[in-house]
Design a protein around this ligand. Structure first.
Ligand code: ATP
Length: 297
């Protein structure tokens, strides 16, 4: 199974609720960076990880704390079966970069095991299990471009007429999502959560107008990410020098995204950043499909 990275074109975050969660109002887009997950029946759960290209996999756990094992545990519990599998991940999504690589792996694992064991899990049950695993996992199943609400578990596809090009600037040092939310809580003084803020992004998606979408990009976690990592301001400045206009931190960061008008210009911005000494800069397009089967020749 192949599952895509996500970016948030808009990420609205409310104050932490009594349940400990933050309400979200977000527009997700699945982009063409992928993890592949291959499952094989086995006596015990096991995880292996291989990088694709320059991806640094050092921080990916190989024990039961890997989200793919939790995904397998929830699926087998749901069906009251005791089967196990070896799970091999080929990782093309930057780790701890705010692009939901772990969530992509979890979504791919759910679908892969469902197929391996012919469990025929109902879509609604698969989505409910995905939501239990994490707020970005349901979207990784669905892909495309979608509006997410609740804690991210309510995902509705939105019309996206464009084929958008992104330059993805990863960072050598990951940012913990929990740390970014803790900083968000510290900075979040008014406690308001306005609804309907995704309107401008959703309208822009229907226009194919890169300037309109660029102007509507927004991320409520960005001030918290920049507060923890002021060095990202330099990444913004360097990307502007390379020709980027519209920049946004991806999810909880530290990956920085820039929306570029076309593939050739995106490759030019990427090359300029690499010439400045940035490593692992990627070009991606979206929207792309959610978790799907691939066959290797
Ligand atoms: P999100 O945007 O969903 O918060 P992220 O993209 O910032 O996530 P991930 O790459 O999903 O971050 O991983 C965050 C942390 O989760 C990693 O540092 C790692 O310790 C742990 N982890 C557990 N399972 C995985 C997995 N399959 N792939 C990557 N990281 C994993």
């Amino acid at each position: 199974m192949r599952a895509p990275a996500k970016i948030n074109l808009f990420l609205g975050v409310g104050s932490r609720g009594a349940d400990g969660y933050h309400p979200l109002d977000t527009v997700y887009q699945a982009v063409s960076l992928y993890d592949d997950v291959t499952v094989t029946e086995s006596a015990m759960w096991s995880v292996s990880v291989e990088p694709i290209g320059d991806i640094d996999c050092a921080d990916v756990p190989l024990d039961s704390s890997n989200i793919v094992v939790r995904a397998g545990g929830l699926l087998t519990a749901h069906h009251q079966i005791t089967r196990r599998a070896a799970i091999a991940i080929n990782k093309g999504i930057p780790v701890a970069g705010g692009m939901a690589g772990g969530s992509a792996d979890a979504a791919a694992t759910l679908v892969a095991l469902d197929r391996l064991w012919d469990l025929q899990t109902a879509d609604a049950d698969l989505l409910a299990i995905a939501a239990e695993l994490g707020s970005d996992v349901p979207f990784a199943l669905i892909g495309g471009t979608a509006h997410g609400t609740g804690n991210g578990e309510v995902v509705e596809p939105v019309t996206d007429e464009g084929s958008w090009w992104w330059v993805v600037i990863p960072n050598d040092i990951g940012l913990s999502t929990a740390a970014v939310y803790a900083e968000f809580d510290r900075l979040d003084s008014d406690g308001t959560f306005l609804v309907g803020r995704t309107r401008a992004v959703i309208a822009a998606l229907g226009t194919r107008d890169v300037n309109q979408l660029g102007a509507a990009l927004s991320n409520d976690l960005q001030p918290a990410a920049l507060s923890l990592r002021p060095d990202l301001e330099q990444t913004f400045a360097d990307a502007r020098d390379a020709g980027a206009h519209e920049l946004v931190v991806s999810g909880s960061g530290p990956t920085v995204l820039t929306l570029i008008s076309d593939q050739e210009s995106a490759l030019g911005v990427r090359q300029d950043l690499m010439d400045q000494g940035y490593r692992g800069v990627l070009v991606a397009t979206g929207p792309v499909a959610g978790a799907h089967v691939v066959e290797y020749a």
